[in-house]
Design a protein around this ligand. Structure first.
Ligand code: FAD
Length: 646
């Protein structure tokens, strides 16, 4: 069994982080230059970590599979980033951001980590402004804020609908400065295929150059994984096409526990699916719920007529519209958290009130806001999102309501980490969406960017330093050691095995099939029977994959099908663990909705006495069930209650 020591520092909640920082071991500047850190991933979490650790003087090697760090999935983030600055003077505070995040996560995250996140949130904004991020400003020049789900205050900083892009350019600039100064070395188009462990510590990685197909070894004193989320296990999601689980999956198979794999976020406002050949879903940012009102027709006949194209939404009079979120949750209205909004949309569609040809959509309507604020204000706030919608759907959202439906968006699960962001493998740290740390069973909007940048800019520079302080006498490892040789051999033989299947079907054929199994059985509504079915269907599909996959091209050259195959092979294993975790968690919480466990109003029904823990799965060989370790959760500063957004 793994030992799950959260290493939560002692003392009052609001003093833990400063106590920790005051007492850690530091590394002197001359020694920093002798210590190497590998960072896999250069999205917001990885780029900010590389910039900060490089600026401290450590020698950093940063890897990504794209041709430039600027293409990391973080660039897609639209709506904004939370911070408890209380610029609006509307009652915000560090405690309130902490409270909202714990409650939003349905009491399944670690108190001390979340408090620290809220505590450092303000400095992220200062740091980003200093990096040149052009946040939206008010008339007087102060930074503007808007609201996001699960909060009654406006604390979200934004740059139109392109916040991730601007933040990433900021972190990328800071990292590039270190590249120029020689502390950070960049390795684009270099994919990590395995982790190397020497004497129980993470000491390196094996990578494949995606242009030449060459295999490389890299050694370091510590390894950081900042490799993003695994939502693409569902095939269709709002994630970038390349987002994958492979780096953290390989680490899991080398001994890092995988926490809460079933905790998946399904975002309520995405452009509905429109056909079998689709490979990607598009998000319409949660920020749109600041000004857009969600509704469906009140009468089934109207909904049917809309579906058949006989009635236009604008022809339905006000009295015949059901603004169901405002009706059910008057206090939060359209800004209830994502899990609540997604379930409510599904409930209306399942009951026959859905629109679009498929009946799987609801309206997001801006008519009232345009009347109140004028079209130009709406255009200023969300122009790029409206343009994107118009291009995809071929309808003008300024004059007719958008149609939206929930889609897979974010994974709260990831590698288990302690307070220092260290996994159960010594020397392996995990940051950003790749770890499980702060969002419990449901992440609040605009909190992923906050967490990724908190991890990279402000947490790892302390916690990694504390770890490295006792490594100063360890010289750089040679990659000639047997552990590197053996791991490289395993990587090569797996690639050969994939190439040699020489079957009939493409990688996408299997990925799509996996996605359908996952969505139908482990998606928005889960139950015991479906989850058991998912596990056996995934096992069958995995066997078929290893018998009937076809990869054209060469192994030792650029081969995008081989890249995808390797990632999908890992998804085919992760999917089973996700379903198993969902099966063992006999409760509903946040985005994990087990149909057997719901309140009379259809809300998630937790079972705190049996499930107030983080499930941390430990790999136990390919043919055995993984071991379930549990980190119990304690709430000392917060009263645990049934969530209520009414
Ligand atoms: C459409 C969309 C909109 C969003 N909007 C918001 C928002 O407004 N606010 C908010 O807070 N959150 C938002 N999110 C969530 C947020 O964007 C992500 O959670 C966050 O950007 C993840 O950052 P990251 O640094 O952890 O990972 P990523 O940005 O995904 O970066 C992963 C990095 O790891 C690298 N990598 C992965 N595997 C390997 C490997 N094996 N070898 C080498 N490199 C590897 C990649 O190349 C990349 O550099 C949104 C998400 C989506 C999908």
């Amino acid at each position: 069994m793994a030992i799950l020591d959260s290493k939560t520092p002692p003392g009052p909640l609001d003093k833990k982080w400063s106590n920790y920082k005051d007492n850690i071991n530091l590394v002197n500047p001359a020694n920093k230059r002798k210590l190497d850190i590998i960072i896999v991933g250069t999205g917001l979490a990885g780029a900010s970590a590389a910039a900060s650790l490089g600026a401290l003087g450590f020698r950093v090697k940063a890897f990504c599979y794209q041709d430039s760090p600027r293409r990391a999935h973080s660039i897609a983030a639209q709506g904004g980033i939370n911070a408890a600055k209380n610029y609006q003077n509307d009652g915000d505070s560090v405690y309130r951001l902490f409270y909202d995040t714990i409650k939003g996560g349905d009491y399944r995250s670690r108190e001390a980590n979340v408090y620290r996140l809220a505590e450092v949130s303000g400095t992220i904004i200062d740091q980003s402004v200093a990096n040149g991020v052009p946040f939206a400003r008010e008339y007087g020049g102060l930074l503007d804020n808007r609201s996001f789900g699960g909060a009654l205050v406006s604390r979200t900083f934004y740059a139109r609908g392109q916040t991730g892009q601007q933040l990433l350019l900021g972190a990328y600039s800071a990292m590039s400065r270190q590249v120029k100064l020689g502390t950070v070395e960049l390795f684009p188009r270099e994919e990590m295929l395995d982790l190397v462990i020497v004497d129980g510590r993470a000491r390196g990685i094996i990578t494949r150059n995606l242009i030449t197909g060459e295999i490389h070894r890299h050694a370091a004193h510590a390894v950081v994984l900042a490799t993003g989320g695994y939502g693409n296990v569902f095939y269709l999601s709002t994630n970038a096409m390349g987002s994958n689980t492979s780096a953290i999956w390989k680490a899991y198979k080398r001994g890092a526990c995988f926490a809460n794999p079933c905790m998946t976020q399904i975002h309520p406002t995405c452009i509905p699916m429109h056909g079998d050949y689709q490979s990607k879903l598009t998000l319409m940012s949660e920020s749109l719920r600041n000004d857009g009102r969600i509704w469906v027709p009140k009468n089934k006949e109207d909904a049917k007529a809309v579906r058949q194209g006989k009635l236009k939404p604008n022809d339905i009079p006000e009295a015949n519209r059901d603004y169901y979120l405002e009706r059910r949750y008057p206090a939060y209205g359209n800004l209830v958290p994502r899990d609540v909004a997604s379930r409510a949309a599904k409930e209306r569609c399942d009951a026959g009130f859905g629109v679009n040809e498929t009946g799987l959509a609801v309206f997001l309507d801006f008519a009232d806001s345009i009347k109140r604020l004028g079209r130009s204000t709406i255009e200023e706030r969300y122009g790029n999102l409206f343009q994107m919608y118009q291009k995809i759907v071929n309808e003008d959202p300024y004059s007719t309501p958008m149609m939206i439906y929930p889609a897979v968006h974010y994974t709260m699960g990831g590698l288990w980490v302690d307070y220092e962001l260290q996994s159960t493998i010594t020397g392996l740290f995990v940051a950003g969406e790749a770890n499980f740390s702060d969002h419990g069973a449901n992440r609040l909007g605009a909190s992923a960017l906050m967490q990724g940048l908190a991890d990279g800019y402000f947490i790892l520079p302390y916690t990694l330093q504390n770890y490295l302080a006792d490594q100063i006498k360890v010289p750089l490892f040679s990659t000639d050691q047997p552990e590197f040789e053996e791991t490289e051999k395993q990587v090569r033989s797996r690639l050969e095995k994939l190439m040699n299947i020489k079957g009939q079907h493409s990688v996408d054929y299997f990925h799509k099939k996996l996605g359908r199994i996952m969505w139908e059985n482990a998606g928005m509504g889960r139950n015991r029977g479906n989850l058991q079915k998912a596990i056996s269907l995934i096992r069958e599909l995995r066997a078929e994959f290893w018998k009937d996959l076809k990869i054209p091209g060469e192994q030792n050259a650029m081969n995008t099908e081989l890249e995808k195959a390797s990632r999908v092979a890992d998804f085919l294993e992760l999917g089973e663990l996700l379903a198993l975790d969902a099966l063992k968690r006999d409760e509903s919480c946040g985005g994990h909705f087990r149909e057997e466990f719901q309140t009379p109003e259809g809300e998630a029904l937790r079972n705190d006495s049996d499930f107030m823990y983080v499930s941390a799965w430990e790999y136990n060989g390919d043919d055995n069930e993984p071991i379930l370790n549990k980190e119990p959760l304690f709430y000392e500063s917060i009263e645990v209650k049934q969530r209520n957004y009414k």
